[in-house]
Design a protein around this ligand. Structure first.
Ligand SMILES: Nc1ncnc2c1ncn2[C@@H]1O[C@H](COP(=O)(O)OP(=O)(O)OP(=O)(O)O)[C@@H](O)[C@H]1O
Length: 688
């Protein structure tokens, strides 16, 4: 009895297995999958039929086929390349960023230009009269038409040239229309094929379409049918512009609108938008997928996102590409190189799929905080568009136009008359956030809206007209979290103000120095990186070798230690641009002259006292303005960059540029550091 029961159960399992496989086969045949992929899948289904449904291998195989069939092999969205419309969308979503918007529109314009070229058609037929007729009719329509007298000549032609459309006869010697269709789809999937035949049956037509042909036209040919079908086939192609050329990479501090610009680009092109965060990604399999034999194998993130987008040509954002890692499990950056390479990505092999997938229609956009951290070969593929932080004025504008209306809607206050005064917004920006971007500001505005909603519900007969001023901000958000570092601080001996550049934008740093009895050691503290330590050593060596010119005793270091400290010791600091600040702080200490607190500087110093240019000038300028700095000293070699900056950015701040350290010392400490004969009057006052 027991035995019979077991047997019944086994037969039941085999039955359900057979049903599943049959359903799968139907799904594979139903989907518009490229013929070569369909062939592989049908073979796998055949193999599955021979496996016991209770075996693990069966489930793995079943899941794999199911996954592959649900990929968007032939599904994509039509690009909308209307530049005017794109401009309207970019402007309505983002305030300012004019230069960046212009570059995005240029990028779209290039795509449109590519589309406006003449479409190319190859007519393949063994009858000369048909070839001549089609060539005549289609050339008149404005297409560039070539002809071939059979499959062999057509393949020879397509070896060195790609065309947009092939119109081929079905019955031909040696290589017939169907074989030609398969060969074309295998080598150039984006070429459309139309089959014509005098022997058309419904079955052959269905078969041709399943194998990837755009249409099947019976002979005798009706010219209008031909014109219409060709137009449709080429119209379909416009939706699939290959994304050749450099990939856009938005680089800048967090919250400056990189992700939202990507979304706007997708919206203006009418493409789907998907995003992959690459931060901390260390395993190559995350990009390329795991092999199927691996327990719990998955496709890579690229294929997963494309499947989720249900489109072959989404805008795929590779977020935080500068945070990509590398370890013993491989190098995801090199896998990404393949993904982004237009020569290789039309046949991208994900280990899980194990079938080439065409990524050439995907529009990749990368984002990064620090360009310097992007692996070199990847950076080579990018057209970097730098985004810097916003000024307080820009932030208040963006808040009024975008952030407040959005936050009101999100918190159910859309019908309210909620007004934020200019001073209230300035107070939020200055006292409750410290950032180059807008994330914190967005959060604080949402917090205020939530509190307003709560108070409204708590107060009977409360008015829907609400004004948020400085005092309401303090009541709702509490006391100021950040203070102007400079305001109220007094000038000190041995303490200089510097400007630094971190991935979250510009920062103010203070370099403090002191001298005490010791054994001629230079002590460096404040979590300084190697480059910063070397800058400090170079600054001290410069001073030791220029004691006479600086008016210092030759023995100033004898029996003493010098300590250089950069407060906020928990935050790692590095980079060469603090060299100038360290040197000035040391001279101030040794000459006992206080440094003005509201004078900030940045620049790399060489052993001979030359000042080299530094990066992040705009960010540093923004940070200086926010912190209340009155005067800035930059390297002379950065002058062109400063001159090109918007005047509103430089308003209210004095900017000097210097090429030699002695000029800086003179400017900051207010007296000639080196005998006047050797001083070049180079300090330039660029703006009052
Ligand atoms: N110029 C702008 N105009 C209007 N809104 C903006 C602008 N820039 C940024 N925002 C808004 O600021 C918020 C943060 O922007 P987003 O998420 O795009 O920043 P991000 O640069 O991608 O940051 P991260 O580097 O952290 O990913 C979003 O709500 C975005 O809409």
């Amino acid at each position: 009895m027991k035995r019979i029961f077991k047997k019944e159960k086994e037969t039941q399992v085999v039955d359900t297995g057979a049903e599943e496989v049959a359903a799968l086969r139907e799904a594979v045949l139903d989907q518009k999958i490229p013929a070569e992929v369909e062939k592989i899948l049908l073979k796998e289904i055949e193999r599955l039929e021979k496996i016991n449904p209770t075996a693990a291998e069966y489930t793995i195989g079943l899941n794999h086929i199911d996954y592959v069939t649900t990929l968007p092999w032939n599904r994509y969205t039509q690009d909308n390349l209307d530049i005017q419309r794109a401009q309207t969308i970019l402007n309505s979503d983002h305030y300012g960023l004019d230069e960046i918007k212009e570059r995005i529109l240029e990028h779209l314009a290039v795509r449109q230009m590519k589309l406006s070229r003449k479409n190319t058609i190859l007519v393949v037929d063994d009858e000369q009269i048909t070839r001549m007729n089609l060539e005549h009719v289609l050339s008149k329509e404005g297409y560039e038409v070539s002809t071939a007298d059979g499959g062999i000549q057509a393949l020879a032609f397509l070896k060195d040239k790609t065309v947009d459309l092939v119109i081929t006869d079905l019955k031909m010697d040696k290589i017939d229309g169907m074989a030609l269709l398969e060969r074309i789809k295998a080598t150039s999937p984006s070429t459309e094929v139309i089959i014509i035949s005098g022997y058309a049956t419904v079955l052959t037509a269905v078969d041709a379409i399943k194998r990837g042909s755009f249409h099947f036209i019976p002979k005798p040919l009706k010219l209008n049918d031909i014109r219409e079908t060709v137009k449709k086939a080429l119209g379909k192609k416009t939706g699939l512009v290959e994304a050749k050329g450099p990939v856009i990479c938005f680089a800048g501090p967090p919250g400056t609108g990189k992700t939202s610009l990507g979304q706007s680009i997708a919206q203006s092109l009418e493409r789907k938008f998907v995003r992959i965060s690459l931060a901390g990604l260390k395993d190559e399999a995350d990009i390329r997928g795991h092999r199927r034999s691996y327990a719990g194998a998955l496709a890579g993130r690229i294929i997963q996102e494309i499947r989720r987008a249900e489109s072959l040509n989404p805008v795929l954002m590779l977020d935080e590409i500068d945070k990509i890692g590398q370890d013993f499990k491989g190098d995801p950056a090199s896998a990404l190189l393949e993904v982004l390479d237009p020569q290789q990505n039309s046949k991208f092999i994900d280990h899980y799929l194990d079938i080439p997938f065409d990524l050439s229609k995907v529009m990749f956009i990368a984002t990064a905080n620090m360009v310097a951290r992007i692996p070199g070969p990847l950076l080579d593929r990018f057209e970097v568009i730098s985004m810097s932080g916003y000024t307080i004025e820009e932030k208040t504008h963006i808040a009024q136009r975008h952030l407040i209306p959005r936050a009101m809607e999100d918190t159910g206050l859309s019908g309210f008359n909620l007004e934020f005064t200019q001073n209230a917004l300035c107070a939020i920006i200055r006292e409750h956030t410290r950032e180059a971007g807008l994330r914190g500001l967005e959060r604080k505005i949402s917090a205020i809206c939530r509190k307003v909603a709560r108070r409204y519900l708590d107060t009977p007969n409360a008015s829907r007209q609400i004004k948020i001023d400085e005092s309401t901000v303090e009541k709702l958000l509490g006391p100021a979290r950040y203070h102007y570092e400079i305001a109220g601080a007094r000038d000190r001996v041995g303490c200089a103000t510097g400007l630094a550049w971190t991935e979250s934008g510009g920062e103010i740093i203070f370099v403090e120095t002191t001298r005490m009895m010791g054994a001629e050691r230079l002590i460096l503290t404040g979590y300084l990186g190697e480059i910063m330590k070397e800058s400090a050593q170079a600054a001290l060596s410069y001073i030791r070798s220029h004691t006479e010119q600086l008016g210092l005793g030759a023995d100033f270091f004898q029996g003493r230690d010098i300590h250089v400290h950069v407060p906020s010791g928990a935050i790692p600091k590095d980079g060469p641009s603090a060299g100038m600040t360290i040197a000035v702080a040391l001279v101030s200490l040794l000459k006992d002259i206080p440094c003005p607190r509201d004078m900030a500087m940045t620049g790399e110093v060489t052993l001979s006292g030359r000042i080299l240019p530094v990066g992040g000038i705009r960010e540093k300028l923004l940070a200086a303005k926010t912190a209340g700095i009155k005067t800035i000293i930059f390297p002379a070699k950065n002058q062109a960059e400063i001159a090109a900056m918007d005047d509103s950015l430089k308003q209210g701040i004095k900017i000097f540029s210097a090429g030699e350290l002695d000029e800086v010392i003179r400017q900051v400490l207010g007296q000639p550091a080196i005998d006047s004969a050797s001083v070049s009057p180079l300090i330039k006052k660029s703006r009052q």
